[in-house]
Design a protein around this ligand. Structure first.
Ligand SMILES: Cc1cc2nc3c(=O)[nH]c(=O)nc-3n(C[C@H](O)[C@H](O)[C@H](O)COP(=O)(O)OP(=O)(O)OC[C@H]3O[C@@H](n4cnc5c(N)ncnc54)[C@H](O)[C@@H]3O)c2cc1C
Length: 550
């Protein structure tokens, strides 16, 4: 990362963005745009990336956070998709083993369920085969006794056994941010809170730039580029509309909700993927001191900038969980937080939200605008490769894709054992600094080797010194500009550690206020933004408004 200080980062980047014509401008700083920026920059292309909000603030912070092949797509006979993303899992793990962790998954098989022991065994065998899974990671089938040893919270009634197989877990927004930082290390110019509000064309009606609105101030400016790539996720069609090229295939937004309950309320020992009974499957994944459960899959026609978690979504997930883990008897009051996102899928006539393909597709308009939609977090590298192959061909760049060999920022680590060794070192350092050693896994899985940089800046503060050092790190090194950028996208604290984080929020606001010289009114505005975000993930309105009281 360039050694910017908090105060001068934005003006410096803005100036650089206006100072030249870039080979490629990327609209959108989710996983798709971030992957494209790194691929293009590492092939020697000059890259500008513009994000209207914070990096990963769209769908890329609201997924199930799995790097997975998508077992359920086998049912839809999507063998190509399962093979590609299945094989990508091991590559993404190798590029960031601190951030993409092996996670064994248990699929319970019950009498009367939609999965039988034979179909589960066969499905998992094909899954492993397509993904090239080897050795101990290959699936095994367990009898009821061994299933209950793995997960005592499961109900023994009607239990026929389970399938036990390998996946990976990540933090989607941290993965996106480390990709962005790696792209910057390769020379990409990136800026958050920079919304593309118009496209610029040459005399041949070819798109050659964008008009940008700085969301942190009143200014508008332009960025010139030879090729413009639209990686705006759920907003892809808005950009295509601006380009007057929204013909043919269009997006379909499908909403997915996750809820978070304290580990103590659902003390599962391990991740599970279970049958809901309506042909769908739901994940329950333990993480730090919580378990998260998801997801739903329903058509969404509302505002993708503000997606509510509705009471019905919560009830659906709780009912499914209580059926498989009846000892938990979870109630809506147990739900600590959650998140709701929309999948930017490509519309297919006559299919329901959960039946629609997760494949990605690239559209090149007559104006030259390249749009990419659909796809999975897991497949970001291959999606980027396909887009950049097109860009490189047009620009006459012959360099092959490099990204399978580029360790992401936060590394490098040789493998998971190397990560564990580093966790031990951080534990010792935390003890020497009179801090709780239990924070070490969180620090390393979030920030990788940058945990050392955070600890070097630990000060003699009375309250939350570690959190305060993290805030300073994200402002200085990760373009955190709003308090929510830290609380949500860079630390996951609002989702995973809400009760423990609430009392530290005023301190985080103090640090941002000092770094960006905010007036009391500005501080008030950002404090309000944090409260609103917390309300959005902790209050669950009914989807059908109740009739007004007479
Ligand atoms: C509930 C759910 C669960 C999922 N689970 C998984 C999973 O476990 N594993 C997996 O592999 N995949 C999963 N996915 C899919 C995955 O999350 C998405 O495919 C992926 O995050 C999409 O990334 P994206 O970059 O295309 O879109 P986004 O992350 O939405 O990024 C697009 C960005 O463009 C920006 N933008 C929009 N308009 C403009 C503009 N005018 N100017 C500048 N910027 C703009 C937005 O602010 C946004 O940040 C899941 C999806 C959902 C919804």
């Amino acid at each position: 990362m360039p050694a910017y200080t908090a105060a001068n980062q934005r003006p410096t980047i803005r100036e650089a963005l206006q100072s030249r014509t870039f080979d490629v401008i990327v609209i959108g700083g989710g996983i798709t745009g971030a992957g494209i920026a790194l691929d293009a920059a590492s092939r020697g292309l000059s890259v500008a990336l513009l994000e209207k909000n914070d990096f990963a603030s769209g769908t890329s912070s609201k997924s199930t956070k799995l790097i997975h092949g998508g077992l359920r797509y086998l049912k839809q006979l999507e063998f190509g998709l399962v093979r590609e993303v299945g094989q990508e899992r091991a590559i993404v793990h190798r590029l960031a083993p601190h951030l993409v962790l092996g996670e064994k998954m248990l699929i319970p098989v019950v009498k009367g369920g939609s999965l039988g022991p034979l179909s589960t065994s066969l499905g998992l065998w094909v899954y492993d085969l397509l993904a090239g899974v080897k050795g101990d990671d290959r699936r095994v089938m367990l009898n009821p006794k061994r299933t209950l040893e793995k997960e005592p919270m499961l109900s023994s009634t009607d239990l026929l056994g389970s399938g036990y197989y390998a996946e990976y877990r990540t933090d989607d927004s941290r993965l996106t941010i480390e990709l962005i930082k790696t792209a910057m290390q390769h020379g990409a110019m990136v800026l958050n809170y920079a919304a593309v509000e118009g496209l610029i064309y040459n005399e041949h009606k070819q798109v050659k730039g964008v008009v940008c609105q700085d969301e942190m101030g009143p200014d508008r400016w332009t960025v010139q580029g030879k090729i413009v790539v639209n990686a705006a996720g759920p907003w892809v069609d808005e950009i295509r509309k601006q380009d007057r090229s929204l013909q043919g295939k269009k997006l379909f937004l499908s909403k997915g909700v996750h809820i978070v309950v304290p580990q103590a309320k659902l003390p599962i020992q391990q991740a599970a993927y279970f049958d809901v009974g309506d042909g769908r499957m739901v994940f329950a994944i333990p993480r730090q001191d919580i378990t998260y459960i998801g997801t739903t899959d329903t058509a969404y026609h509302g505002d993708p900038n503000r997606i509510p978690i509705e009471k019905e979504d919560v009830a659906y997930l709780l009912a499914a969980t209580n059926r498989f883990f009846p000892k938990a008897q979870l109630a809506i009051e147990d739900v600590e937080s959650g998140w709701a996102g929309v999948r930017p899928l490509i519309y297919e006539e006559g299919k329901s939200a959960s039946e629609m393909s997760r494949r990605d597709e690239i559209f090149t308009a007559l104006s030259g605008l390249i749009s990419i939609a659909g796809g999975k977090l897991t497949g970001y590298r291959k999606m980027a490769q396909r887009v950049v192959n097109r860009v490189a061909k047009t620009l006459g760049n012959k360099t092959a894709c490099q990204t399978a060999k580029i360790s992401l920022a936060g590394g490098p680590f040789l493998n998971a054992a190397d990560v564990n060794l580093y966790i031990q070192q951080i534990m010792h350092k935390l003890q020497e600094l009179n801090q709780s050693a239990t924070e070490a896994p969180y620090l390393v899985h979030n920030y990788g080797r940058q945990a050392d940089v955070i600890l070097q800046d630990l000060r003699q503060e009375e309250d939350f010194p570690l959190l305060q050092a993290e805030v300073r790190f994200t402002i200085a090194h990760e373009l955190a500009t709003h308090p929510l950028d830290f609380l949500n996208r860079r630390s996951g604290r609002l989702y995973f550690r809400l009760p423990a984080t609430r009392p530290a929020i005023p301190l985080a606001l103090d640090i941002f206020q000092e770094a960006f010289s905010w007036s009391p009114e500005q501080r008030q505005r950002f404090a309000h933004e944090v409260s609103e975000a917390i309300d959005l993930i902790t209050t669950f309105p009914s989807s059908t408004p109740l009739p007004a009281a007479r």
